[in-house]
Ligand binder design. Structure first.
Ligand code: PRP
Length: 179
């Protein structure tokens, strides 16, 4: 385990197994209909790479970047598009891929924006869900894990851009923030 990690919340094995289950569920639901995965940078980059390989339906991948947190650990509620899609999504089945659903502010903005582009369907898969933390109601069809309200890093999630490459998800030692 990395020296800055206090404890592991989800092991690499747990993540791998759940991503395979999510992929199977998504494959069943889309039933060979092409699906466009829209990953929200940067955190979801690792998740979408694994999830895409677990889906048997024809898959395309595009990316959006929005700002929400900056480099602090609190949601600012300010959301803006930093990078927009390359693809047109009108008439297509869109599945937004997030690493974590916290306040829901990012997704609320994103879903409203994407819905206005008239996709055939628009759903969300989030690897992690901080249950009870949502400040706005979000319909997230696929959730990997419900987790407690702790600041987690790893498997795409960062603190000040570090720790995204950890293969597991864990909680940082408090002294990492204060130091
Ligand atoms: C995280 C995550 C979501 C958002 C969720 O991104 O990937 O996009 O926060 O928080 P919310 O539900 O409170 O809106 P972050 O802004 O940390 O960017 P990153 O993925 O580039 O690390």
């Amino acid at each position: 385990m990395h020296a800055d990690i206090d404890h592991i919340v989800l092991t690499e094995e747990q993540i791998t197994a759940r991503v395979a289950e999510l992929g199977a569920e998504i494959s069943r639901d889309y039933n060979q209909e092409p699906v466009l995965l829209i990953a929200v940078l940067r955190g979801a980059a690792l998740f979408v790479a694994d999830l895409a390989r677990a889906i048997e339906s024809p898959v395309e991948i595009d990316f959006m970047a929005v700002s929400s947190y900056g480099s602090s650990t609190q949601s600012s509620g300010v959301v803006r598009i930093i990078k927009d899609l390359e693809e047109l999504i009108e008439g297509r089945h869109v599945l937004v891929v997030e690493d974590i659903l916290d306040t829901g502010l990012t997704l609320k903005y994103l879903l409203k924006n994407l819905a206005s582009r008239k996709p055939a369907s628009l759903e969300v898969v989030s690897l992690l869900n901080k249950k009870g933390k949502q400040r706005v109601p979000i319909s997230c069809k696929y959730v990997g894990f419900d987790i407690p309200d702790e600041f987690v890093v790893g498997y795409g999630l960062d603190y000040a851009e570090r720790y995204r490459n950890l293969p597991y998800i864990g909680v940082l030692r408090p002294e990492v923030y204060s130091g």
